[in-house]
Design a protein around this ligand. Structure first.
Ligand code: G6P
Length: 372
């Protein structure tokens, strides 16, 4: 078993380190030499894809956070409304689905019963269906009109890591492909984004090379009983995923919030010594989010919080208000989740290990939930 873990203490640690490969393999063979996307593997007719007027993304758990990230990118690139919903909520509320709706399911295993049942419901309503899945020939892709496989390789640890990064990568390929097909983006813009995506694996590796910075923090925090995570825009689902990892693995109460929502409630939770992770957007972004999130850091710090900041290299503005800072390389705002989530995964994995918990098989959880 030690050999299967590639020398790591757990499958999860190994899978965190597999992430540069998972992203690279998910991109592989899908971009032609002219920087255009070639997704012939999608068996949905191009004219049908052009006629889509709404996308609904269905998933559970970590896969649902990949769906949330995808919404920001696909709406921005394709100008098609994207709804994200938990599979088990979707079909019990009389959702609006038509033949011009593309229902995208995201599932690592392809066997999650909640998502499978939601897919069947969507088909009954006449929707086109596309599966983003990591498991060849599993039920969800088998029952879908089209499939875009994530090539993360088998994921053994119950808590999902490399599948998550591969899912974001695949949804972005889908978004760019739709934009290409529908003429929403200039060719150069698509090629430029794909080139930035191709640079992501090396950037993830540079984060992994500095994982000791995160591990040291995790070990120092093993007696913590509550941790908050704040993020904005694509950093918001990253905050929720960071919190989920900590709940799943370390059994620590954790919540992810949209940073802008802080003043509408969650700030009441801040007291002396409360640990708050903040995922900071790039200061180079064309939205003014960066300064707003820096203000949020100041607000929680003024109330006694211990501020743990994930920020871009060269972002000097955060330094004075952070107890601890972890730097991620520069990339496009929409691609940042592929980098900023990595330290949060390492944090949860290391903290759970330090507590002596079974990192690969947390209590009460299953890798694939095949009952409703
Ligand atoms: C379970 C696992 C999670 C996973 C979720 C969705 O709850 O413990 O890690 O994110 O199922 O699984 P799927 O295979 O559909 O992505």
């Amino acid at each position: 078993a030690a050999a299967e873990k590639g020398g790591f203490d757990s499958f999860m640690a190994k899978e965190i380190h597999d992430q540069p490969q998972a992203v690279a393999d998910t991109l592989l063979g899908r971009v032609d030499s002219n920087g255009r996307l070639a997704l012939d593997e999608l068996r949905i007719d191009a004219d049908e894809l052009k006629a889509i007027d709404k996308i609904v993304v269905l998933a559970c758990g970590t896969s649902a956070y990949a769906a949330h990230v995808a919404k920001y990118a696909i709406e921005h690139w394709c100008r098609v409304p994207v709804e994200v919903e938990l599979s088990h909520e979707f079909r019990y509320r009389d959702p609006i689905v038509s033949p011009s709706t593309l229902v995208v399911t995201i599932s690592q295993s392809g066997e999650t019963m909640d998502t499978l049942m939601a897919l069947r419901y969507a088909k009954e309503q006449g929707a086109r269906t596309l599966a983003i899945c990591n498991t060849n020939g599993s039920s969800i892709p088998r029952e879908s009109d089209a499939v875009l496989y994530t090539h993360a390789g088998p994921e053994i640890a119950v808590a999902s890591t490399k599948a998550f990064l591969a899912q974001i990568t695949a949804t972005y390929l889908l978004g760019l492909y739709l934009a290409q097909l529908r003429g929403n983006l200039f060719r150069g813009e698509i090629a430029d984004t794909l080139a930035d995506m191709a640079a992501i694996p090396a950037k993830i590796q540079s984060i992994l090379d500095r994982e000791d910075e995160v591990k040291e923090l995790a070990r120092a925090m093993q007696d913590t009983t509550s941790v908050l995570f704040l993020g904005r825009h694509v950093g918001y689902p990253v905050a929720m995923e960071g919190a989920l990892k900590l709940k799943e693995l370390a059994y620590i109460h954790a919540e992810g919030f949209a940073a802008g929502e802080l003043k509408h409630g969650p700030i009441a939770l801040i007291d002396e010594g409360k640990s708050v992770f903040v995922v900071v957007p790039s200061p180079r972004g064309r939205y003014s989010m960066h300064s707003k999130v820096v203000s949020n850091i100041q607000e929680v710090r003024a109330r006694g919080a211990k501020t743990l900041v994930i920020a871009e290299e060269g972002d000097e503005a955060v330094q004075d208000f952070a107890e601890w800072v972890f730097r991620v390389p520069e990339t496009k705002t929409l691609l940042m989740p592929l980098l900023t989530v990595v330290p949060l995964q390492i944090f949860a994995c290391e903290l759970a290990g330090a507590k002596g918990l079974n990192v690969d098989q947390p209590r009460n959880l299953a890798k694939s939930v095949t009952v409703e």
